[in-house]
Design a protein around this ligand. Structure first.
Ligand SMILES: [Cu+2]
Length: 538
């Protein structure tokens, strides 16, 4: 039998226990032996901004009482405007980085954690050796020097750990933050800015009786993904956002390991979406709710001038059905069987439960909003926000033959085209010519005849943003109706949710940079289980 994941290492991770403190006991694996890790600044790179990001273990006041031990990134501007880095207090969250298009940035990542680590700039178009591929991970005490120019358009990007096999745990412990890019075109729109432009990262966490973060990765949590018992917004539980009677721009990021949100206002207001992963949409789009898979971003416009002073409302995640289609099928049970808890056997159910965690697909508040201040400022949402040049299938290298990426789960592993992640293991069909446009598709059981275990997978590609061409769903998946009105497929994306039985076709450019660029599931438990591969651009 083929065991594509390193079972020995898996065991180690499992036995290392659930406490974060045990992370220190992880073996220091050096993947950097044959890789050129950049440790010093280049004389010929003239940085406009220099930033130091220091990763270390610290204790922060998240809950009342005892402080919580977290892995935190502390940021400092070494050169350039101080407001380029905003540190976050009383939370595990990494600082928010604000940069402008065309700025050249040098970032010194200093790893003072008791583990190997590396940061990836999620959604940014940067050279392969600056992208935070796990092969560039640095050991405790080491420094990695990033140097790149901001080529992306204005948008809500983010950054997070991408360490081999332990990304889930490292992101959970705190290694993730916003990376916000502005540009002239966006500034000319005069959207709400300053304190009326609010990045909000939604995550779930579990705390033990001692206020410490609890991360469990027993088998069921690995297959399904970690689900916590607290919803955190900007690293705080029970978040309340005080607002004025005026318009706001809210930048929503799902920074959770695996939780999918179906976000809606509880007073029936539609969600007015103005941007996706890769920046503003051409026109605002109104939806009854938005689906937000791990790593996805949606910018929304909301005008509280219609609410009276003193109004309370909330952003909720509302119910949807989670297909566990074929959980008992052949694919799952071949390896050992019986590993999925009783509650999972129903075939499909509303609200997947795991311990005392908040069920996936349940109904729960995410953010409470209190309208507590009057404002006379009136903003009109522009009808047109930008112009997005559509990518055309006829310009793709392979207009008639999309590169299919089949998503599957079996034998306690999660696979892409039947393969698991291995460093430096590029196959023929994973080689892509530089400066080409590729027609691609993520197929999550749409074309398969036999039902295997099917779960939603938030699929992410490194490098340039892509455009979604179409979604197709196989007729047997009735659960789809509970989510289908929440997709925003216009605009630019770097991550897309692919539901059970669904196939998502997209056009992805591979311009400018040669080298290894990853594609993977952003359910971080799936990623660590091996649902990740590299493309070699050459
Ligand atoms: Cu997945």
């Amino acid at each position: 039998m083929n065991y594509p994941i390193d079972l020995k290492r898996r065991k180690l991770l499992t036995y290392a226990g659930a406490s974060l403190a045990s992370a220190a006991a992880f073996p220091h694996l050096s993947f950097a032996k044959n890789i050129k890790v950049k440790r010093t600044a280049s004389a010929d790179f003239h940085a406009d901004i220099e930033i130091e990001l220091k990763q270390q273990v610290t204790h922060v006041q998240i809950l009342k009482g005892k402080k919580t031990r977290v892995w935190k990134v502390f940021g400092k501007v070494l050169k350039g405007p101080n407001e380029s880095v905003v540190n976050m207090t009383d939370t595990y969250l990494a600082p928010t980085i604000h940069l402008h298009k065309e700025q050249k940035v040098r970032i010194y990542l200093r790893n003072n954690l008791p583990a190997t680590s590396i940061l990836h700039w999620h959604g940014l178009h940067v050279p392969a050796d600056m992208d935070g591929n796990p092969m560039y991970a640095i050991n405790s005490g080491e420094t990695f020097v990033y140097e790149f120019e901001i080529l992306n358009r204005a948008g809500t990007y983010w950054y997070h750990s991408h360490a081999h096999g332990v990304t889930a745990k490292q992101v959970y412990s705190g290694l993730a933050g916003f990376f916000i890019v502005s540009d002239k075109e966006e500034q000319a729109l005069k959207l709400p800015d300053g304190k009326y432009d609010i990045p909000l990262v939604i995550q779930d966490r579990s705390f033990d009786h001692d206020n410490q973060l609890h991360y469990s990765n027993h088998m069921m949590q690995r297959m399904q993904g970690f689900l916590g018992n607290h919803i955190m917004v900007n690293g705080q539980p029970d978040s309340v956002l005080p607002v004025e009677t005026r318009a706001y721009r809210l930048r929503l990021l799902n920074g959770s390991n695996s939780r999918i949100y179906k976000l809606a206002w509880d007073n029936g207001m539609p969600m007015t979406v103005i941007g996706t992963d890769g920046g503003l949409l051409e026109q605002p789009e109104q939806l009854p709710y938005i689906m937000l898979g791990p790593a996805e971003r949606r910018e929304i416009w909301v005008d509280f001038s219609r609410q009276g002073l003193g109004t309370n409302l909330s952003l909720r995640s509302t119910t949807f059905n989670v297909s566990t289609h074929g959980m008992m099928g052949r694919g799952m049970m071949g390896g050992g069987g019986g590993m999925m808890g009783r509650g999972m056997m129903g075939g499909r159910r509303r609200g997947m439960m795991s311990g005392n965690s908040i069920p996936l697909g349940g109904d729960y508040p995410v953010l409470k909003v209190k309208v507590n201040k009057k404002s006379s400022v009136r903003h009109k949402l522009p009808n047109r926000l930008t112009t997005i040049k559509p990518l055309l299938i006829k310009n793709a290298d392979n207009p008639a033959k999309p590169r299919n990426i089949e998503l599957s789960m079996r034998h306690m592993s999660a696979l892409l085209n039947g393969r698991s992640y291995k460093m430096n293991d590029v196959r023929e069909d994973e080689i892509i010519p530089v400066n080409s446009l590729q027609l691609m598709a993520f197929d999550n059981g749409y074309s398969r005849r036999h039902g295997m275990m099917s779960m939603p997978h938030p699929m992410h590609l490194h490098g340039e943003q892509f455009q979604i061409v179409k979604r197709e769903i196989s007729s047997s998946h009735s659960d789809y109706e509970t989510v289908s009105s929440g997709f925003v497929d216009q605009g630019w994306h770097d991550t897309t949710l692919v539901m059970p039985g669904e196939k998502v076709t997209f056009l992805k450019p591979f311009n400018d940079f040669k080298g290894m660029f990853m594609y993977h599931c952003h359910n971080l438990e799936h990623e660590d289980m091996g649902m990740m591969r590299d493309f070699l651009i050459k």
